[in-house]
Design a protein around this ligand. Structure first.
Ligand SMILES: Cc1ncc(COP(=O)(O)O)c(C=O)c1O
Length: 348
């Protein structure tokens, strides 16, 4: 009953098998192998256009280097107040850009267009003292398991466009968002105005595979040097390629995302049915946030359930009683229906 995080899960057997298969023999280094090139073409197919793909090792690297690609002197990038970039990356985006992140509010982990517009207005382009707007970033799936629908992405991208700002998507859980919306990768990104994606594989079945994807390869001309200087150009890049090769083949990435989303929905049904817990909000992907009776928490942990306590997010309408606590449960490709049901029985 491991619901601590999707990165507690190991690697999907097909990805482990691909890593083993590609471990033999020789391949040219630094992203130049046939396999690297083949996987780059696979990215073109899923995005339905020619994109520029750069493998990196962590989601933090993908986000920080994406921001670095659009950095400006005294640059300010706008993201949600609870975005991983601003809350959980120890200042890495600022470190790589020499710029700043500006927190923007919005309910349920999503940027509110009016709040974004107001935040940008505090940085008039010609006003030397405040700094200059550089980018807008959204997270799909958000840090609290909610999903931007296409209209919401378009509303944000229109504001970004109007201010001449590129739109970045932190897609550490890209596949979960896509599976939830049941749209194409093209629709959820460039067709809705997204320019750069941090494309995550690690949380959804890879061992360690992330990529920065530019929807317009012309905008990526300097990126090889940005990545190299950040020490993210892997000499044995073929092993990241080997993971993405299996991940993208025959829709494995969407299959694992659909599975983890379904496991979260099943977990949510158990929470709704229990007198000891309730949902803080409805899950839309693979994260569930139950408010649980304090008296029950130790019992669940004692029975082997792993999950984290969580702070109610900004603007959350959920009221927490003195005998309750908010928690976060994350499901993954490796979560089984049996363990979800076992947890449900304990919770009931
Ligand atoms: C939304 C989001 N973005 C980025 C990251 C960063 O990933 P990593 O821990 O690989 O740097 C995480 C990791 O938890 C995440 O949840």
């Amino acid at each position: 009953m491991i619901f601590a995080s999707d990165n507690w899960a190991g690697a999907h057997p097909k990805i482990a098998e691909s890593l083993t298969r590609h471990a033999a023999g020789f391949a040219s280094a630094y992203g130049s192998s046939d396999l690297d090139k083949q996987v780059e073409r696979a990215f073109n197919e899923i995005f339905e256009r020619e994109v520029a793909v750069f493998f990196v090792g962590t989601g933090t690297a993908a986000n920080s280097l994406s921001m670095s690609a659009v950095a400006r002197p005294a640059g300010v990038a706008f993201c949600h107040r609870e975005a991983h970039m601003i809350a959980d990356e120890a200042g890495a985006p600022e470190y790589f850009t020499h710029g700043r992140l500006c927190p923007v509010d919005g309910p349920l982990g999503k940027l509110e267009p009016e709040a974004l517009e107001a935040a940008i207005s505090h940085y008039p382009p010609q006003f030397i003292h405040s700094g200059q707007p550089a980018a807008v970033s959204i997270t799909q799936t958000t840090e609290i398991g909610t999903v931007y629908d296409l209209d919401s992405i378009r509303a944000i991208s229109e504001i970004a466009r109007r201010h001449g700002l590129p739109l970045h998507m932190d897609g550490a859980r890209f596949a979960n968002g896509l599976a939830s919306l049941d749209v194409s990768a093209a629709e959820m990104t460039w067709k809705s105005g997204v320019d750069i994606v941090s494309f995550g594989g690690t949380k959804n079945g890879c061992w360690c595979a992330e990529a920065v994807v530019f929807m317009d390869p012309d905008k990526a001309r300097d990126f090889p040097f940005i990545r190299k200087r950040a020490a993210q150009l892997f000499s044995k890049s073929r092993f990241i390629a080997a993971q993405f090769d299996a991940y993208l083949k025959d829709g494995l990435w969407l299959e694992t995302a659909r599975h983890s989303n379904a496991m979260a929905a099943r977990l949510a049904r158990h929470v709704e049915a229990s007198a000891n817990a309730r949902l803080a909000w409805a899950p839309q992907a693979n994260e569930v946030f139950p408010i649980i009776k304090l008296s029950k928490v130790d019992e669940l942990k004692g029975a082997g359930a792993a999950f984290y306590p969580w702070h109610p997010p900004h603007g959350s309408a959920a009221e927490i009683g003195s005998d309750e606590t908010m928690t976060r449960f994350v499901t993954s490709f490796a979560t089984t229906g049996a363990e979800v049901d076992r947890f449900g029985e304990l919770l009931a």
